[in-house]
Design a binder for this molecule. Structure first.
Ligand code: UDX
Length: 451
C-alpha cells in the first residue's frame, strides 16, 4: 500500500487493522521501529505517512469512504477442524468481507490480495451479495490481484514486477484497477484473466518455486557422497535457458509464510477434487523439504559421535532468508529445536531477529533460555566474539552478508577442539578455512578437509 501511495499521490490510501498495537507501531514516528523490516519501506512511510498514506483502526469510516478495498489479511494453514494441516484458514478473509459488506457505501471494488485457495472469491461474493439484499444502494465487484513480492526485495518487486494479475469479470472494475497499476507499471505487464485463473496462478507460482528448491536440495544430497559440487551442477543446468539460473541455491530447506502453506493448499484442493496422484506429487515437495532440515540436524549430531549434549553450538541466522526479520517456517526453527532436544546449548545470532521473537518460538516448547551447561538450552546473542568463545560448532542457517566477512583463522582460536563449521547455505569458501583446525561441512559438497 505504501508503494501505491508513493506512485499515486492523488489517491488516499488507508491501511486499517483491528489490532491497535499494530496500527500504533505503523504510526511510530521512529521509522526504525516499524513492525516489519523491509529495505526502503521506512523511507516510503516517512515520506507519505499522514499525506496520502494513513494507518488507522477506524474501519467503519475507512471502508465507507473507499472506492477500492484490498483484502490483505493472513490466510494461515488451518490447525483444527476440516482440512487441518492442509487447507487455508479463511476466517480473516470472511470477517473482512463481512466488515466490507456492512460498512461499504455505493459501489465498491473488492480486491483479493491475500493468497487464497481457488474459488475464495465465491465466498467473498456470497457475503457481499447478502448485504446487497438488505441495502439496494450497495453494489460490489470482486477482483483477484494476488501479490508476487518476495520479502527482503518487496519494494523493488512492487516497483518493477515481472507481471501483475487482475482476475475478474466486471470490465469497468478491471479497468479501474489496471489504471491504478499503470501509474508505474507498463500496460503489457498487467495480465487480465478470469477470477479462478488468477487465484490458481498465485498458488501454482509458489508451488513451482518451492519445487525448484526441493529439486536442488535433493540433488545437493546426491552431490555430497558422489563428489559432485552443487554449485557447479546448478551453474551447468542453469545455463540451459529452459531451466534458467535463478532459484537454484541449495540450502537448509525453504521457509517463509507462503511456500509450505500454498503447497499444502494445492494438496488439499487436489484431494478435494479426487486428484490423489496429483496431491501426492506436490506433497513430495513438502516432504523433501522436511527431510532436508532433518538430515542436516542429524549429520551435525552424528559429527559429534551421536551426542551434542552440553555442546555449545552457535546458530548464525534465524530468519527464513537474509534481509528480513521474518522467522515464519524458518528452517532454523526445526534445526534448532532438534539440537536443543538432543541436549545442545545453542547461541543464536541474527542481525534482525530479536530475542523476543526467539522467546515466542522456542519457549513454546518450554525450552530453557540463558542457562549454559544444562542439557538443552538456548541463548540469544548479538556478540559474535562471545558466541564463538569455547564454541564446539558454528552452524550457518541464514545467508546474511555479515557472515561472509568472518575471519575464521582468528575466530577458530577461541573455539573448542575439535571445532566444526556447518554451512547449510554454501556461502563459505573452503579456502577461507585453510590453515585453521576447523572441520567443515558444506551443503551440496559434504565434509571437507580444512588443512
Ligand atoms: C515467496 C515468493 O518468491 C513470492 O513470489 C511470493 O509472493 C511469496 O513467497 P518469500 O517467501 O518472501 O517469497 O521468499 P523467497 O525469496 O521466495 O524464498 C523462500 C524460501 O526459499 C527462503 O527460505 C529461501 O531461503 C529459500 N530459497 C530461495 C532457497 O533455499 N534457495 C533459492 O535458490 C531460493
Amino acid at each position: 500500500m505504501s508503494v501505491i501511495a508513493e506512485y499515486c499521490p492523488e489517491i488516499k490510501v488507508t491501511v486499517v487493522d483491528v489490532n491497535k498495537d499494530k496500527i500504533n507501531s505503523w504510526n511510530n514516528m521512529d521509522c526504525s521501529k516499524l513492525p516489519v523490516y523491509e529495505k526502503g519501506l521506512d523511507l516510503l512511510i516517512k515520506k507519505n505517512r499522514n499525506k496520502n498514506l494513513f494507518f488507522t483502526t477506524d474501519i467503519k469510516k475507512s471502508i465507507s469512504e473507499a472506492d477500492i478495498v484490498f483484502i490483505s489479511v493472513n490466510t494461515p494453514t488451518k490447525k483444527r477442524g476440516l482440512g487441518a494441516g492442509y487447507a487455508s484458514d479463511l476466517k480473516w478473509i470472511e470477517s473482512s468481507a463481512r466488515m466490507v459488506s456492512e460498512f461499504a457505501c455505493g459501489h465498491t471494488i473488492v480486491v483479493e490480495k491475500s493468497t487464497v485457495p481457488v474459488r475464495t472469491a465465491e465466498l467473498i461474493k456470497k457475503i457481499l451479495t447478502n448485504s446487497i439484499n438488505n441495502d439496494s444502494n450497495k453494489t460490489f465487484s470482486v477482483l483477484s490481484s494476488p501479490e508476487f513480492l518476495a520479502e527482503g526485495t518487496a519494494i523493488k518487486d512492487l516497483e518493477n514486477p515481472d507481471r501483475v494479475l487482475i482476475g475478474g469479470e466486471d470490465q469497468s472494475a478491471i479497468k479501474q484497477l489496471s489504471f491504478l497499476y499503470q501509474k508505474w507499471i507498463p500496460k503489457e505487464k498487467i495480465f487480465v484473466t478470469n477470477l479462478w485463473s488468477s487465484e490458481l496462478s498465485k498458488l501454482t507460482a509458489n508451488a513451482f518455486l518451492a519445487q525448484r528448491i526441493s529439486s536442488i536440495n535433493a540433488i545437493s544430497s546426491l552431490c555430497e557422497p558422489t563428489g559432485a559440487d552443487i554449485k557447479e551442477v546448478a551453474k551447468a543446468i542453469g545455463a540451459d535457458k529452459r531451466i534458467g539460473e535463478k532459484f537454484l541455491n541449495a540450502g537448509p530447506g525453504f521457509g517463509g509464510s507462503c511456500f509450505q502453506k500454498d503447497l499444502l493448499n494445492i494438496i488439499y484442493l487436489c484431494r478435494y477434487y479426487g486428484l490423489e496422484e496429483v496431491a501426492n506429487y506436490w506433497e513430495q515437495v513438502v516432504l523433501l523439504n522436511e527431510w532436508q532440515k532433518k538430515r542436516i540436524s542429524k549429520l551435525i549430531i552424528e559429527s559429534f559421535f551421536g551426542t551434542v549434549a552440553f555442546k555449545k553450538l552457535v546458530i548464525l541466522g534465524f530468519a527464513f532468508k537474509s534481509n528480513t526479520n521474518d522467522t515464519r517456517e524458518s528452517p532454523a526453527i526445526a534445526i534448532s529445536k532438534e539440537l536443543i532436544e538432543n541436549g545442545a546449548n545453542l547461541y543464536i545470532h541474527d542481525p534482525q531477529v530479536s530475542e523476543v521473537q526467539l522467546n515466542d518460538i522456542l519457549n513454546e516448547e518450554n525450552f530453557i533460555s540463558n542457562r549454559d551447561n544444562c542439557e538443552g538450552s538456548w541463548t540469544y546473542t548479538n556478540d559474535l566474539d562471545r558466541a564463538f568463545r569455547n564454541a564446539d560448532a558454528i552452524i550457518i542457517i541464514t545467508e546474511w552478508s555479515e557472515y561472509l566477512n568472518i575471519n575464521w583463522s582468528e575466530m577458530s582460536k577461541n573455539m573448542r577442539q575439535p571445532a566444526w563449521v556447518f554451512d547449510t547455505r554454501g556461502i563459505i569458501n573452503e579456502s577461507d578455512l585453510f590453515g585453521t583446525n576447523i572441520n567443515f561441512w558444506k551443503v551440496g559438497k559434504g565434509f571437507l578437509e580444512s588443512s
